[in-house]
Design a protein around this ligand. Structure first.
Ligand code: NDP
Length: 294
């Protein structure tokens, strides 16, 4: 038996369509146009690709998109001044500062300067703390996408054993909190965990967010487990080009898992779609409207 492939492309497209419907509704009923501002500092090629895709998808959903490109040698004060201006701008409901920032800039100070109500990356300590406390919060986009992909397979995660491998602020930690909110039983693994294969073997739900190509092997998995592979790793091919692989040995896992996300075409597709969701939610909350239906 081979695993069901969880098609992130299709699920993300459906989500974007639902966001677009809700954006059209709030525009029609409340004259509100959600706006997302993305700040890119420097010219990291991968970040430029992400920013372009965010811009295109934001506009396609009917929202306003504001791009701010700053040189790599921008001062901390000038970057903070831009964030402060965006915090005050009533047309901007979501602010995302593309990470990583060039060396010399203080990432923590920049994140802390974003108005938590506009923090669509969910990284501000107010949002991280609210999420950890089980309160309503803007949550990081990649973990939100992981939950939606899991729920495309399991309507309820209640009582399921989940393992999250990785404990970064961007992915692992918020994912743990979202899983707890879904009433899953969660194990958090990291580079100091002992007997990772043994821990993974117990899990009905496996989330790999490590950044190590194909680290999770097929024989680690419990038969029928659902595997969500967050990893994006570029490895060399024989022809000198590169290809993308996840943190899970996909071919091996296909034979054991019940369902699995491919790389590419899985989690990566969901991240920007969830950014649109967060921007819409932020816009409605700031305008005092009820939570949108996505
Ligand atoms: P980080 O490097 O910030 O975190 C990696 C985590 O993996 C750490 O918690 C680390 O543990 C843990 N780890 C490292 N080695 C091992 C090991 N041998 N065994 C168990 N755990 C280990 O990465 P991110 O969380 O930012 O990203 C993880 C992956 O997800 C990357 O491949 C990244 O490219 C991808 N990613 C994909 C996104 C998408 O949209 N699909 C979005 C964001 C990230 P410790 O804390 O002990 O050091």
């Amino acid at each position: 038996m081979t695993a069901k492939i969880i098609d992130g492309k299709v699920i993300a497209a459906e989500l974007r369509a639902r966001v677009a419907d809700e954006v059209a509704r709030v525009k029609r009923e409340h004259n509100l146009v959600p706006g997302l501002a993305v700040v890119l500092v420097g010219s990291d090629p991968a970040s430029e690709v992400y920013v372009r895709s965010k811009h295109t998808q934001t506009q396609a959903a009917g929202m306003a998109s504001f791009e701010h490109k700053l040189p790599a040698d921008v001062s901390q004060a000038d970057l903070l001044a831009l964030v402060a201006k965006l915090n005050r701008d009533p047309a901007v409901h979501g602010i995302l500062v593309q990470l990583p920032l060039p060396k010399g800039l203080n990432t923590e100070a920049v994140i802390n300067a974003i108005d938590p109500a506009k923090d669509v990356d969910g990284l501000h300590p107010n949002n991280a703390g609210r999420l950890a406390g089980g309160f309503e919060a803007l949550s990081p986009c990649t973990p939100l996408g992981c939950i939606i992909l899991t729920k495309s397979v399991h309507a309820s995660l209640e009582g399921m054993n989940a393992i999250v491998i990785g404990r970064s602020n961007l992915v692992g930690r918020p994912l743990v909190q979202l899983l707890l909110n879904q009433n899953a039983t969660v194990t958090i693994a990291h580079s100091r965990s002992r007997d990772l294969p043994g821990l993974v073997k117990r899990a009905d739900l496996v989330y790999a967010a490590v950044g190590k190509p194909e680290m999770v092997r097929g024989d680690w998995l419990k038969q029928g487990a659902t595997v969500i592979d967050v990893g994006i790793n570029r490895i060399p091919k024989e022809d000198g080009k590169t290809r993308l692989v996840g943190d899970v040995a996909y071919q091996e896992a296909l034979a054991v898992a019940g369902a699995i996300t491919p790389v590419p075409g899985g989690v990566g597709q969901m991240t920007v779609a969830c950014l649109l969701v967060n921007t819409l939610r932020a816009a409605c909350a700031i305008a005092g409207l009820p939570k949108p239906a996505v």
